[in-house]
Design a binder for this molecule. Structure first.
Ligand code: NAG
Length: 156
């Protein structure tokens, strides 16, 4: 931000150019990043079936101190790819476009039965380890509030 303010004095044309350049680089301040976090949906999973999922912590790309905002998101399903690594990579690419950084906290599987309004969370990821399924369930419950949702550390 200081860089931008400094260049603002050089001239209007230059500052517009700088603004465009800064936005293209996905630079964001603490507040801007907090707003971007709000735009990232907490849960995106396949509409039905059994599929792999990952639990991801999203935070601003620029270090912004101890109190940096972050949020947990769940992504799963063939639409992101067959493996846990594919699901994380696809999500990571989208987050990076928004200037957001992330960390994969683990994975597992989700069985989604829309007719029965059931979600079962279980298993683990070979590469990322087992996600905290209880956290995943708490996020799923917000989106699928009229579902029966359970979890287990069993299974693969
Ligand atoms: C979760 O629900 C499914 C379907 O009703 C059931 O088969 C499974 O045993 C349940 N798992 C746990 C841990 O309760």
């Amino acid at each position: 931000m200081l860089v931008f303010v400094g260049r603002l004095c050089v001239g209007a044309v230059r500052s517009v150019f700088t603004l465009v350049a800064v936005q293209t680089r996905s630079f964001c301040t603490f507040t801007m990043c907090a707003e971007k976090l709000n735009d990232v949906p907490e849960v995106e999973i396949e509409d039905s079936g059994t599929f792999k999922y990952v639990l991801i912590k999203v935070y601003p790309g620029e270090p912004s101190g101890d109190h940096e905002p972050s949020k947990l998101i769940v992504r799963g399903g063939q639409k992101f790819g067959p493996y846990h690594g594919d699901i994380y990579d696809a999500t990571l690419a989208n987050l990076q476009k928004l200037g957001l950084d992330s960390e994969c906290l683990g994975g597992g599987r989700i069985r989604h039965e829309p007719e029965k309004k059931e979600l079962n969370v279980y298993g683990y990821s070979q590469g990322f380890g087992k996600a905290d399924h209880q956290l995943t369930v708490s996020l799923l419950k917000k989106k699928y509030s009229n579902y029966a949702i359970n979890w287990s550390d069993e299974g693969y």
